[in-house]
Design a protein around this ligand. Sequence first.
Ligand SMILES: [Fe+2]
Length: 315
Amino acid sequence: MLIATDSDVTRAVLAEAARAPDARTRELLAAGIRHLHGFVRDARLTENEFRNLCLLIARLGQLTNESHNEVMLAAGSLGVSALVCLLNNGGEGQPTTANLMGPFWRDGAPQMTNGESIVRSPTPGVPVFVTAWVHDALGEPLAGARVDVWHASPEGFYENQDPAQAPMNLRGTFTSDAAGRIALRTVKPAGYPVPVNGPVGDLLRAQGRHNLRPAHLHFMIHKAGYRTQFSQVYSSDDPNLETDSQFGVTQALVAHYVLHDSATEPAPHVDVNGPWYSLDCRFVVQPGDAALPRPPITGKADRARPQLDVLSRQG
Ligand SMILES: [Fe+2]
């Protein structure tokens, strides 16, 4: 069609989208175009703002590499990742133990035996002994599930960001036993700031938001016949639970670390001097497609540790 007005543009683009032979592609394109054009109209986007937006989106890609994913960080910072997760899991108001994959899952962490430590190089922090149970939707224990665990060091870095940490430090792959259980030793994580040297930083600064994530452990649960579940378990004592820069914290995933004094041994023959924590958590997986997604990162940075900039929350 020859275009005469702004409405004609939307009609023309929707008409072309309708030519896509694949039904789902057609549906995604139509909804995307309607909302995108609606956004331009509602916001009365100026030409300058449009050009700046294009530059910003290009910058998201330019900053994405094998050890950092700015696109995924931006999706989290706008709540899109949380929305996609909650729309696709749980359902009908039922709580789910699924949570954001995040930008730091790596495939190929070493296979561990239950009870082993995932601390692979000197890492500060109070020891924590984690026990996690995996159940199916009927509450039965799920044995033989692959459970990946990963988290940031208490200094605020995932190993892929930090040349000072051994490869795959604070990462491990476990297998659930007959009780659906895995157990591991690590150190209690601390909250950490997400990088703010790119568009995500500009976005947070523009809103007076901080860039912190409350302390958490990441999990990925995988078994044939069940929908692969990514989850995060948040520390109940973290001050930023309600202002997570990635909107990830759900009520179902706030867990309490139990502090034990040094007189109590975590287990026979385990070398712990001083206080330690225990943490119990539970995941419920649903029947479905077990296909693993492509990991958002594949490598470890060999540059110097990045500087950790912390933005404070304004107002
Ligand atoms: Fe994380």
